[in-house]
Design a protein around this ligand. Sequence first.
Ligand code: GDP
Ligand code: GDP
Length: 438
Amino acid sequence: MSLPIVAVVGRPNVGKSTFVNRIAHADDAIVHEMRGVTRDRSYHNADWRGVHFTLIDTGGIEMGDDDAFQSSIRDQAFMAADEADVILFMVDGKTGITADDEEVARVLRKVDTPVFLLVNKMDNPSKMEENWEFYSLGLGDPRSISSTHGHGTGDLLDEVVAILRELPEREDEPAEEGINVAIIGRPNAGKSSLTNRLIGRDRSIVSDVAGTTRDAIDTRVEHDGKVYTIVDTAGLRRKSQIDEDVEYYSYVRAMRAIDRADVAILVMDATLGLTDQDQRVAGYANERGCALIILLNKRDVVESGDVLDGLREDVGDRMTFVNYAPVISISALTGKGVLRIWDAIDEVYANYSQTVSTSKLNNWLEGIRQFGHTVNKGKRTLKLKYMTQTHNQPPQFTIFCNHPDLVTDNYERFLENRLRKEFDFTGTPINLKFKRRD
Ligand code: GDP
Ligand code: GDP
C-alpha cells in the first residue's frame, strides 16, 4: 500500500522547509527521485502517532518574472490538490496576507481535499490567538504555529493524522516497466481512443463531452515481445474541481506525466490545428528532456491531404524547438496509422538512450574545425578541443574549449544542427555543455 500524502504549499519564505524539516525524518531528505522534479519539490518520510505518511515540500519554486511566478504558485496548488490527501497551506503571520496567498487560496477553496490554513512564525505562545485577519482567506480556522519553536505543530498533526487514519486503503500503482510512454494533449484530442488502440482493449468509456473520462492510469502492455507502460492523461479531476479549469488541469496532468516519461506522445486534433497548449506541453517535454512524437489525429475527418500538409508546416514553423520530433498522422477511430506509432516509439527511445563513441564524436568535431565556422570576440577566438558524451536519456555532450563564455545561442544551434545531421537523434532532445580546457 502506498503512503498517504500531505503537501505543504505556500509562497517562498513563509517557512515551509523549516516546518518540513521539523516533522520529517531527518535522515531521508528525498525518498522519490523523479527525474526533473526534485528541483521543485522534495518528498520526505514522516510519521506521527504511528501514522506514516509522505510529506511533500513544494518549497523551491524559482522566482521568475511575475507571470511565471504566479503560474507556478497556481501549478503548485493544483498539483497538491491532485496528488495529496491533505493540504497544508502556509502563510506568514508576520507579514500578513499577500496577493500570492489570495491566489493560492482561490484555488484551494474549490477543491475537495481537506486544507489546513497554517499561520506560521507565531513565535509568541501568548499571542497565538491573534490571527483573525486570516479568516478572510475563506479556508476555515487559521492555525497558528511556529515552525522554528514548534508551538502548535503537535495539535495540528493530531488533526492531520486523524484524517489520514480515515482514508480508504489505496491500491499501489503498478510498477513501471519497460518504456514509459505518456499520452498527452488537449481534452478531446483523442488520447483515450488512442490509448485503447495501443493497449488493445476498451479501458475507458469514451465520451463526446470534453473531460468526462477518468483519472490518468498506467497500463502495462506488451508489443512484439517488448514491454511498455502507457500513461493515459485523459482523465481529469479526481474529485470536485472546477469547470473553467478543465483545460488548465489537463495541462498540469500532462506536465506530471512528462516528468516521469521516457517518451511523450502529443496528440493533436487535426481538425482544430495547433493550439497554444500544444505548444506549451511540447516545450515542457523538451525542457524536461523526454523524447517526443507528435500525432495529428482524426485524419479520417480531414477533407484533404492539403490540410494535413498545412498542419505539418504549421508545426514545423511554430514548434521549431521540437523540430526533431517525428510527425505522424493517424486516426485513433479507424486505427489507420496507429501501428506505425510502435516503431516510432522504439526508434525515438533508442535515439534517446544511445551513447555515441568518443572517437566518432571527435572525428565529427575535427570536421567542424576544418569547416572553420567559429566565434570571435575582440582578440579571442573560440577553439573547440575535444568532446565526449556525458549522459544519455537524453544524450548530453560536453565540449571542451578555450573560452566557453564565447559560445552564443546561435553557435550552439549551429553545432546541434550539425550533430543531428551526422548522428540520428530523431525524436530526442540533446544537450550541449561547454567546459573550459586550456
Ligand atoms: P520556505 O521558502 O517557505 O521553505 O521557507 P523557509 O523554511 O526557508 O523559511 C524562510 C525563513 O523564515 C527562514 O529564515 C526561516 O528561518 C524563517 N522561519 C521559518 N519558520 C519560522 C518561524 O516559525 N518563526 C520565525 N521567526 N521564523 C521562521
Ligand atoms: P481525450 O479527451 O483526448 O481522451 O479524447 P477521446 O479519446 O475521449 O476522444 C474525444 C472524441 O473524439 C470522441 O468522440 C472520439 O470518438 C473522437 N475521436 C477520437 N479519435 C478520433 C479520430 O481519429 N477520428 C474521429 N473522427 N474522431 C475521433
